[in-house]
Design a protein around this ligand. Structure first.
Ligand code: FE2
Length: 83
């Protein structure tokens, strides 16, 4: 993914925010996949593992959101002021 940016004129800040946003998308996808598998399996041991992993992905998403809020003031403001 980072190779996509090597020959561009994008700023370092734009590249870092884009990588963080893309990573956030991937964390949310992982949460959805773990949740689906959690609901589909009838194996209680696997259910526990999937729930644990799903919740770890939520932590990863929170860490990325925190980074984005710290580095994108407009996005940060939208958490406080929105319709
Ligand atoms: Fe993750």
């Amino acid at each position: 993914m980072c190779e996509d940016y090597h020959n561009s004129n994008l700023t370092k800040e734009t590249i870092n925010l884009e990588m963080a946003r893309q990573s956030l998308i991937e964390e949310f996808q992982a949460i959805n996949w773990y949740q689906e598998r959690f609901e589909l399996t009838g194996d209680e041991e696997l259910k526990k593992i999937l729930a644990h992993n799903r919740d770890e992905e939520k932590e990863h998403a929170a860490m990325l959101m925190e980074y984005i809020r710290k580095n994108d003031p407009v996005q940060d403001d939208k958490f406080l002021h929105h319709d």
